[in-house]
Structures are given as C-alpha cells and as structure tokens.
Design a protein around this ligand. Structure first.
Ligand code: FA5
Length: 349
C-alpha cells in the first residue's frame, strides 16, 4: 500500500465511523469501539500497515491516523455519556424507587367458581360440556320435555315471554331450566351421549332468601345401553362427594318431572350440622338438604329425539347452582350473590 492509498483508506474509515455514530438511535458505543479502535479494529489495522510505507512519508500519515483516533475516542466517550442507564430515564422530581400505586385485582364471581368446580367434577366423570340458548322456543323448553300444551306442570315454571315468535308461531321465552339442553344435545348427537351444561335460567318468581327470578342451573344427561337408576345414584353420589368431601351422603326421594320416569329429588346430608340433631337453620333439623331434581329419561323424550327407547335408556339431573354456592361458602341468603358487595365477593378468591 502506498501513501495515497493509505490516506484514502483512512478517509473511508472516518466516513463509515461518522455514519455509524450519527445513526438515530446510535449503534452501541462498545460495539463501535471494538469495530474501529479495538486491537483488530479497522483503524488499528490501518495504523499497523504504516510499517510498509517509506519512513519519510510515514510520519505525517501517523499524525493523521492519531488525530483520527483521538476524534473517534472523543465521539465515543460523548456517546457513552448520553446512553441511558438500564431502565427508563428518570424525569426530574420522579423517584423510581417509590412503591407503585396499588391496583386492585379482580377475581371470579363465586357462582363462576362453583360452575368451574362442577364442570371439573363432571369432566372427571367422562361428561363433555354442552350448550344452548337463553331465549328458547316452546318446543325445546316444554313440549319436547313432555310438557304438553296446557299441562299443569307448566305452572311450576312460569317465565318471561319475548316479543318474537318461533317457526310454529309460538312466542319465544326465556328458558325456565337447563333441561332444553338435553333435547338440543340429543338432536345433534347419536347415542350414546354423556353431556353436562351450566347456565342461567329465568322464572317469574318472587325474590326471597332462596329464590330469584334469574338464577343458574347445572344439567346432566347420560344415555347408553342398559343405563339404570343405579348409575344415576352412583354418579350423583360421586359428584356430591367431589364437591363437598367424602363424608357426605346422598339420598333419593320420589318426585315428579314430566320428562323423567321415575323421578326423584336428590338430597345431601347437611354439611353444616352434619347430624340433623338440634336446630340447624339450614336443614331445619332434618339433617338433609334438597339439591337436585333427577330421574330416568322418559321414553317420550327419547322418542322425540329419535332415540329408540327399546334400545337406549338414560338418566338426567338438574340442580340450582346458587344452592351449591350457598352450601359451599356458608351463605345464608341467595341475594348476597347478586348484590356485588365486595365484603362477600372477596371471601371467595
Ligand atoms: C328443574 O328445573 C328440572 N329441570 C330439574 C331436572 C333436571 C329434573 C333433569 C329431572 C331431570 P326444579 O324446578 O326443581 O327442577 O329446579 C331445580 C333446582 O333449581 C332446584 O332444586 C333449586 O335448587 C333451583 N331453583 C329452582 N327455582 C329456583 C329459584 N327461583 N331461584 C333459585 N334457584 C331455584
């Protein structure tokens, strides 16, 4: 390399350094230092090449090289000084060491907790989750469930009607129970079927400590070959124990629902007094709490869903979620679950 070529190379290195340092944001100063001034950096190598240039020309070139080096060092020092330390730059008067402003964290509503726990219990038993609409037609809410028009059993579930009619010309309604999901699931699925559903239901009811006009239910349905009442009893017992602990007992009382035969109310031993002795305000001293309706799916319901009742049999059950929540969390008045009082909600995290 001759003196002219050396000068050109120095000028190219200075240009490329100037471009790198002027970038916004600028390159990392340590990396630039290594690239230009490090032991194997571009300028260091060029200065080393001076030894090949005749002595009389070398001196002024060396001075040029040293000036370039000093300029680069000064610019890099400036850049390092301007680079922010780790973390955000502190504005004047801002103390980054102060603790942050507390930001309250939300949590799931107790009813959502219970629905999740019920879902876990049923998923463990091999049931899958199903769904259905809140605004139902008369067919799915009543007729397919063996409530003929004008049947007195409809009176137990008076509801709110919507100003819209279904394909049969009947007014749509807010579903009174989760049992229509049984019908919708069977319409969609060939037997065998094992499904559950949790959701909101509506009834025209006066509100008190144990009744609401909008509440939640869980529904379960299992249809297969040879399903019997024994399967229903075992399943009800297994899921009550999963929820309330292995110490609880279940019992069945005969009851009537048009869509099951035989039908039953499922009671659970009182988790508050445990014995039934004394004056327990929850079980009223009986030792039992009524939690669910249940029974063997009525042949008319199976037929309506194109399931042959000679071949298939099944059980269904349905319970009030508010009632489960009251027992699980020791809540004596259902209305507490809807008032959004943080003192209540914070107890269930
Ligand atoms: C039914 O709704 C039936 N569909 C249950 C069923 C399903 C029976 C499958 C057989 C087979 P019932 O009206 O009893 O049944 O309501 C079931 C549960 O909902 C009750 O045990 C109670 O826990 C809850 N419940 C009923 N009415 C209210 C209300 N107004 N407020 C809060 N919870 C209620």
């Amino acid at each position: 390399m001759n003196a002219g070529e050396w000068k050109e190379k120095l000028s190219a290195i200075r240009d490329s350094f100037s471009v790198s340092i002027a970038k916004k944001p600028a390159d990392n100063p340590e990396a630039l230092e290594l690239r230009f001034l490090g032991r194997k950096g571009e300028l260091a190598l060029l200065l080393r090449d001076l030894k090949d240039i005749p002595l009389e020309e070398r001196k002024p070139l060396g001075a040029l090289g040293n000036t370039a080096k000093q300029e680069m060092e000064a610019k890099l020092a400036e850049l390092k000084g301007a680079a922010p330390a780790a973390g955000p730059a502190a504005a004047p008067g801002l103390d980054l060491t102060l603790p942050g402003t507390p930001f309250p964290k939300g949590s799931l509503h107790p009813l959502t907790h219970v629905m999740n726990r019920l879902a876990e219990a049923f998923l463990k038993l091999g049931f899958t989750m199903s769904d259905g609409p809140l605004v139902e037609d008369d067919y799915h809410n009543f007729e397919a469930l063996n409530f003929p028009p004008f049947h007195p059993a409809r009176d137990m579930q008076d509801t709110f009607y919507v100003d819209a009619k279904d394909a049969a010309g009947k007014f749509m309604l807010l579903r009174t129970h989760t049992s229509p999901v049984q019908i919708r699931s069977m319409e969609k699925t060939e037997p065998p079927i094992r499904v559950f559903h949790t959701g909101r239901v509506f009834r025209s009811e006066a509100v008190d400590a144990s009744h609401s006009f909008a509440f939640h239910q869980i529904e379960g349905l299992y249809v297969d070959k040879g399903v019997s009442m024994a399967d229903l009893k075992w399943t009800a017992d297994a899921f009550m124990k999963d929820l309330f602990g292995s110490g609880v007992k279940t019992r069945f009382n005969p009851s009537y629902f048009p869509f099951v035969e035989p039908g039953a109310e499922v009671d659970m031993s009182c988790v508050f007094c445990k014995t039934g002795a004394g004056r327990c305000p929850v079980c009223k001293g009986t030792g039992w709490l009524e939690l669910m309706g249940a029974g063997m799916v009525h042949p008319n319901v199976l037929k309506g869903c194109k399931y042959d009742p000679e071949k298939w049999s099944g059980f269904a059950f349905g319970g009030g979620i508010e009632r489960f929540a009251m027992l699980l969390y020791g809540i004596s008045d259902m209305r507490m679950l809807y008032e959004n009082d943080l003192r209540v909600l914070k107890q269930v995290q």
